[in-house]
Design a protein around this ligand. Sequence first.
Ligand code: ATP
Length: 517
Amino acid sequence: MAQQEEVFKKIVSHCKEYGFVFPSSDIYDGLGAVYDYGQNGVELKNNIKQYWWQSMVLLHQNIVGIDAAIFMHPTTWKASGHVDAFNDPLIDNRDSKKRYRADVLIEDQIAKYDDKIEKEVEKARKRFKENFDEAQYRATSPKVLETIEKRDALHRRFQEVMNAEGGIDLTGMKQIILDEEIVCPISGTRNWTDVRQFNLMFKTEMGASADGTSTIYLRPETAQGIFVNYLNVQKTGRMKLPFGIAQIGKAFRNEIVARQFIFRMREFEQMEMQFFIKPGTELDWFAKWKETRMAWHQALGFGAENYRFHDHDKLAHYANAATDIEFHMPFGFKEVEGIHSRTNFDLSQHAKFSGKKIEYFDPDTNESYTPYVIETSIGVDRMFLSVMCHSYEEQQLPDGQTRTVLHLPAALAPVKLAVFPLTKKDGLPEKAQEIINDLRFHFNCKYEEKDQIGKRYRRMDAIGCPYCVTVDQQTLEDNTVTLRDRDTMEQRRVNISDLRSIIEDEVSITSLLKKLL
Ligand code: ATP
C-alpha cells in the first residue's frame, strides 16, 4: 500500500508538471480541495465528457440533454430534502485539531478488519501451497472466524446508528469510535469531540438590497435541475416513457474532509442522467442501466478486474435499489459512479412544494401517474482521476533507461498527433507545418521543433500523445514520414497521405462508442 501511495503522489505531481491539473489560485498557495484544469487536462476532461454525452444522447433515441442553471429557486432544496438532510456527521480530534467524517472513520475500521482477514488467508495460502482449500480455511480458522465476528458486529452496530429513528444516532456513533479505540491518524490519540451534523451546501445571497435578498444555494448535485425541467422537456420534446434527460455541470459540496486530490473536491463536475419510467418497471431498468454503465467503463480497456459493483446496504428512504461502480484506484476500490432507483420521490416532492401537477399521461393505458426514475450519476473529476491512475506508468526500457508514459485511451488523449521536423532547417519545419495544417481539422495536432527527437518523444509520452510523426530529408523526396506508436515505441515509414486514415479512426470518440453497440 505504501508503494501505491508513492505512485499516487507521483501521479499528482505529474498532473501539475504536464499541465493537467493545478491547485486553484496556485500563486496564493491554493484553495482547499479546489483545482483548475490546465491545457492538457481540459482536453482530456472534454473528451471524457464527450464520450459520456454521446453515449447517452447520440446512442439513445429516447435520451435528450439539458443545461440547467447552477442557481435554483431555494424551495428546490427544501423539496429535495437537501436543506434538512444533506449532512455529514463530523468529529474533531482535540489534539491534532483535525476534522473527520465520523462515518468514514468507522467504515475505515471495518475495512481494517477485512484487510486482516485477507492477510490471514494469504499467509495460509503461502503456507499450504497447492493443498490450500480457501473455502475451508475461511470457514474453520479460529483467527479468521474471530475477526469476521468482530467485523460483522461492528457492521451491525454501524447500520443501527445510521438507520436510527429520527436520523443518525450521533451519540451512538461516538460510542462506536471510543469502543473500537479508533485513534486520530495524525495525533495518535483518542481525544475526540462529540459527533455533530454538518450541512454540505454552500449558501449565498441573491439580490442587491438587504430586504430584497434571499438565501440561495450552490447546487450540490445537478439532478434537481433535471427534475424541475421534467415537464418542460416532456411536453416540448413530446417525449414518451421511458425516456431520459442527461446533463453535465458543476456541483458544489462543502466537504468536511477533502482529500485525495481531485477524488473529493468542493467544486466538481457531474454527468447525470435521469431515466423516467413506468412504476413497477424500475428493477428491470435498474439492472439494465447497471449493465449499460459498466460496459461504458469497460470499453476503455482498463480490465474488468479493476471494476466492481458495491450494492448499498443503507438505502435512502426514497430509493429501492442503489449501487456504486467502484474503480481500483491506487488507494483502493473507490466509487466513481452511483446508480440509484429513486422511485417517484423527487417528482412527487416538487409537485407538492410547487403546487404543480407533475404527471405523465400514458396513451397506452389511458392513465396518469408520476414516473419513477433510475439515475446514473458519475463525477467527471473522479473519472479523470481513474483514467490518469490507470494510464500512468514508469516504464523500464530494454536499454536500461526509464520513461514516464501515459497509456491514455487514444480517444481520450489531449493531443492525438505530434509532428516534429528532424532539424530546424532545409524546409523541414515548413513541411511539418503543412502536415498539421491539413490534419488539424480532424484531430488535435501539436508541432514541436525544440530539443532532440528522443526528448520530444518523451514529452509526448508524458502527456499520452498516441502518435508522433517525424519529418526528415527523405520526406522532401518521397512524401513519407516516420510514424511512432506511443505504447510499442515502434516506428514505421508511412505516406503523408495515409496519416489521416491510419490515425483518425482510432483517436475518435466514435471508436469507443462503437464498442458499446
Ligand atoms: P461519496 O460517498 O464519495 O461522498 P456520494 O455517494 O455522496 O459520494 P453521489 O451523491 O452519489 O456521491 O454523487 C455522484 C458522483 O459524483 C459520485 O459517484 C462521484 O463520482 C461524484 N462526486 C460526489 N462528490 C464528489 C466530490 N466531493 N468531489 C468529486 N466528485 C464527487
